[in-house]
Ligand binder design. Sequence first.
Ligand code: ADP
Length: 233
Amino acid sequence: MVHVIELADVARQYDAAGVPALGPVDLAVETGEALAVTGPSGSGKSTLLNLIAGLDRPSSGSVTVAGERIDRLSERALARFRRDRIGMIFQFFNLLDDLTVTDNVLLPAQLVGRAGRQATARAAELLETLGIAKHARAYPGRLSGGERQRVAVARALINRPDLLLADEPTGALDSASGAEVRELLTELHRSGQTVLLVTHDTALAEACAGRRLHLVDGRVAADRRVVAPAVAR
Ligand code: ADP
């Protein structure tokens, strides 16, 4: 599969009488690309993300993610698709406070029936790689924002998703934690992970994403491939 994301003539209209919140948009994202979506508030960034995540359906056009035409899937198949193929991280982490760090990370594996020794080993390995192994048995409430976002990244990666989606992943972090998460996402991309992030953080877009998509009024105003500084050096 060359394209992880393919949108063809996609529009999303929330109000039948109004203008589309998004589109029509065509977009193809290749395996291993990191794409940052920017644009003013209300320009359609969340709408785009939700369509790609299979959390919403287009009013017209087709959405293909990881080789699957997701706009045609049943709700049940869509839920399975999301758990299996997509990893997502959010501004406010969305961790479950009454589960330990390890149990939070294992949750998506449990949901696809893959919990067991292998999943536990992968969770431990991810926590190690992300530098939070010492918090494996802690509860998220005791961790810093940057650490919580690392837990969320581990959870997003446990099922080895084709695509990592990030919605303002540094938006709730202080500058030091934000820098850590920027570095982490950049490393993940360098190791081959396809990433799509919606962000106002220009430092994040510049560090991590070799491609920038700028939306204005639901349309693509600019789509630029830039050589990521890490690659240029
Ligand atoms: P952004 O993420 O760039 O701020 P959104 O995708 O959230 O933009 O919103 C794009 C447009 O769609 C805005 O005008 C917003 O008010 C509208 N919109 C978003 N979600 C809904 C919804 N569920 N119902 C109606 N209108 C919506």
